[in-house]
Design a protein around this ligand. Sequence first.
Ligand code: HEM
Length: 245
Amino acid sequence: MNNPQLRPYKAWDLPVRIFHWVNFTAVIGLIIFGLLMLFKKELGITSIEAKISLKTIHVIIGYVFVLNLAVRIFWGFIGNRHARWRSILPGRGFVQALRDYRASVSAGKPQQFIGHNPPGRLAVCALLLLMVVMASTGLIRAGTDIYYPPFGSLVAGYVAAPGTDPASLVPYDPTGMEPSRAEALKAFKDPFGIIHLYTAYMLMFLIVIHIFAVVFVEVREGGSLISAMFSGNKVLSGKPVNGES
Ligand code: HEM
């Protein structure tokens, strides 16, 4: 490093970096297959088999997404200082930290942080919250639409007509279903589909903002935010506000 003022700080531990890139890849896959399902008619996808295949691929990627998210939530309790919920969730002193950061930006000398800066903490909370909603509504729809785990066998058991083996039910085929229960199931699952879709729109919007914000902050303040998600190290030119790690 030529500039003697620049110094690397350990920011993101390995599990956080693995989470980030697995999440990135899974979310892109989920968006692609989600949009294919959403625009199936426009794309000329009409056969039941194709619809079920798209849903099945989306759900399988969804399991990777859910498992990865669950590990990250757990890691927030035991990971390094910057991975922990204590450093992310806005708690006592957060409003003051946000004001101080804004004042430092207005003064042209933005405060430097090893982990997230205060607006970054808000963005991460919003992203994680939306992803938890996507995960839970997605798992419910996986059970109610194609009888996939973790709720699929429960749903099939509920909707199967007396004397029908629940395992013999086929998605999109009413054969073997008790009609009144099939109707009740539809009324139950529809709101989850609506929440899933509108949360997906919000998530896509926030992802675009997140990418712009990271690039903007890196250009304005340095700190090598983007490469830090690969190397784990942030390179700062001043003393970080949130101490050494
Ligand atoms: C970032 C995460 C996710 C995104 C962006 C996403 C996006 C989408 C989109 C755009 C649709 C189409 C909605 C429609 O056709 O009305 C969809 C449907 C669906 N998703 Fe996801 N999804 C995500 C996570 C998940 C997960 C984790 C699962 C389950 C493991 C899942 C299961 C489903 C199912 C079963 C459907 C079909 C529902 C229907 O036909 O209305 N999704 N998703």
